[in-house]
Design a binder for this molecule. Structure first.
Ligand code: ZN
Length: 619
């Protein structure tokens, strides 16, 4: 296989950040991956680059200033208050305000932006950023363990040079944040393969195809539990081939979320390491510039195995590497087989049983066959300085109007989408643009007004508003009022919770980091406790900071408070190794919860997994 110039972005600090004890998202997996990549001798086969950290200004090309500013203000002193405090930026229980969250995001985003620059400059054919791929982050809030959407920022960078970018997402969860960002443009095609049905984030049906000019340019492939390599390939390859044919992207961004692997703690697919990596291999063969990003992945050692193997695939050396793992700092974690593999298990493939796999494949291909060739973009019309604004993403930042009529229309569509999502949040400018938007609705083919379609700003199956989906001029205001009671699904628990109504919060509360007294909604009365049934709402599943009464009371006994706190400090200071699990069973709650979702899935039969903080998690 021919050689490719590969750039690999890695910041040695990234593994030191922690979402908190017991939280399933482990930034440390990036470091373990890097150790394996190093142990396999791959570093001297590619350009190793430490990313330039993304600044708040750069992040604001997609996210709101207000939200980015909020993240910069998370400090060890404010972290606890800001976690589950009902701020509008970190809703629900998935996204704690952990120490260093902004720096963590700046590394993740900096790597994806750097990867994009490396591609557009021609210095690399393939660029890798395993710290990226945080596809759920929204313009103005965190979601599903993601805070800053490095993918959107990276794609915006690509669009400065390239007319068309293809985004492909093989994470077990729908790539909602990226899809939403580019939902109304035909310059980015998004294609997500994901589990759908009572599963976070609840979006991603085949009814969701894009809107306005972007109609047809969002492709969704909703899947069911237990999909195997063979089934996955039978839908991935024809759909992606068809996209390459009709869209002719200038570059491809592949989000390699590893929670689609067999045995993932939060996933429900049955894909092996080789099956997952075959997506990388398939795209590498297409001779289109390629960016590989990380994403989800919660069985840490399998994530590391797979991203290591996919790095080898990028280099084209996968045939040469030893399936027996070389010695590395985390070697003992990979027992008892110490192999570079993620085997499948005996789950049933529900996609095959009911024939739904064939149906979703046909639907996707049918959608693509309707596109009339690759859209052309007159690149000279694209203002380099304010590309995000051009796409309608820089909303609220600048007052100057885009000159091109098309741009203006696009920007209006994007505002409209966000208005519907954040209906409490109406400035006069935004509401007037929504009012003037009738022409856009009318050029839809009616599917938007049909009750069978689930508009995107509603979460599927959301209990409180599933019947209020109709959108037309006359019902929009009513819609808006109903949408004030937004609900959102938790990635952790799969349960719905209410999102606080921003219009009922004072300015200080909305940007509560500014004021010591700005946290009017405390953890016990905040969003978390409102919408979750079964008395589970008051449970806090993980913490960035020890709770007031100490870990003991929180953990239900077991001791080791000081050890837990020290451990966390050690993690932050970059101390990882040599601690053998004597900690309180902080992940005990998680264990029970996740077993019911996925089980351990370790075919090699070891019963505990040492997680990235050096503790034995109770599986
Ligand atoms: Zn995921």
């Amino acid at each position: 296989m021919s050689k490719r110039k590969v750039a690999y972005y890695y910041d040695p600090d990234v593994g030191a950040y922690s979402y908190g004890l017991g939280h399933p998202m482990k930034p440390h997996r990036i470091r373990i991956t890097h150790d394996l990549v190093t142990a396999y001798g791959m570093l001297d086969k590619m350009h190793i680059l430490r990313p330039k950290r993304a600044t708040p200004e750069v992040m604001s090309s997609f996210h709101t200033d207000e939200y980015v500013h909020f993240l910069t203000n998370v400090t060890p002193e404010t972290a606890e208050k800001l976690t589950y405090s009902g701020t509008r930026f970190l809703v629900g229980e998935d996204n704690p305000a952990f120490d260093g969250v902004f720096e963590f995001c700046s590394i993740s985003a900096g790597g994806s932006i750097g990867a994009a620059q490396r591609i557009t400059s021609g210095a690399a054919d393939i660029a890798i950023n395993w710290a990226g791929g945080l596809h759920h982050a929204k313009k103005r809030e965190a979601s599903g363990f993601c805070y800053i959407n490095d993918i959107v920022l990276g794609i915006l960078e690509l669009l400065r040079t390239y007319p068309r970018v293809l985004y492909i997402d093989i994470d077990c969860h729908h790539g909602d944040g990226v899809e939403e960002a580019f939902y109304t443009t035909d310059r980015v095609m998004t294609c997500s393969f994901h589990k759908f049905g009572e599963y976070f984030p609840g979006t991603g049906t085949q009814e969701d195809k894009g809107r306005g000019k972007g109609k047809g340019y969002a492709v969704n492939v909703p899947l069911k539990d237990g999909i195997t390599d063979e089934s996955f390939k039978s839908v991935f390859e024809p759909v992606v081939s068809k996209i390459l044919e009709v869209f002719q992207p200038s570059a491809v961004v592949l989000q390699c979320g590893a929670d689609s692997l067999a045995g993932d703690k939060l996933g429900c697919f049955n894909i092996t390491m080789h099956g997952h990596a075959s997506c990388v291999q398939f795209l590498r063969k297409q001779h289109v510039p390629l960016i590989l990003l990380g994403g989800g992945g919660y069985t840490v050692k399998n994530v590391a195995r797979t991203w290591t193997y996919e790095t080898a695939c990028a280099l084209g050396v996968e045939g040469e590497i030893d399936p027996n793992l070389p010695w590395n700092e985390y070697f003992e974690w990979f027992g008892p087989r110490y192999r570079l593999e993620v085997p499948c298990n005996n789950m049933e493939d529900l996609n095959v049983r009911d024939g739904s796999l064939d149906i979703v494949r046909e639907n996707a291909l049918e959608q693509l066959s309707r596109l009339k060739g690759p859209p052309s973009v007159q690149m000279q019309d694209v203002p380099r300085e304010s590309l995000a604004h051009h796409l309608g993403l820089g909303l609220g930042k600048e007052n100057e109007r885009p000159k091109d009529e098309l741009d203006e229309e696009l920007a209006r569509h994007m505002r409209y989408v966000y208005n519907l999502q954040d209906s409490g949040d109406t400035t006069s400018e935004e509401s007037s643009s929504a009012e003037s938007d009738h022409s856009w609705d009318s050029d839809e083919d009616g599917s938007l007004a049909s009750s069978s379609s689930n508009p995107r700003w509603k979460r599927q199956g959301s209990p409180s508003n599933s019947n209020s989906n109709r959108v037309n001029g006359s019902s929009r205001r009513k819609e808006s009022a109903a949408a004030k009671k937004r609900t959102r699904m938790s990635l952790l628990t799969g349960r719905y919770f209410d999102v606080p109504d921003p219009s009922s919060m004072s300015i200080q509360e909305e940007s509560g980091y500014d004021s010591e007294h700005g946290y009017g909604i405390g953890p016990e009365s905040g969003a978390l406790t409102n919408g979750i049934g079964g008395g589970g709402g008051k449970r806090r599943f993980f913490m960035s900071i020890p709770p007031e009464n100490g870990w003991d009371s929180f953990m239900g006994g077991g001791g080791g408070v000081d050890e837990a706190v020290d451990m966390r400090r050690g993690v932050i200071n970059g101390y990882h190794a040599g601690v053998n699990g004597k900690l309180p069973h902080s992940s005990h709650d998680f264990g029970g919860l996740f077993e019911s979702v996925a089980g351990d899935g370790e075919a090699d039969g070891d019963d505990g997994e040492e997680d990235d903080e050096g503790r034995m998690a109770v599986d």
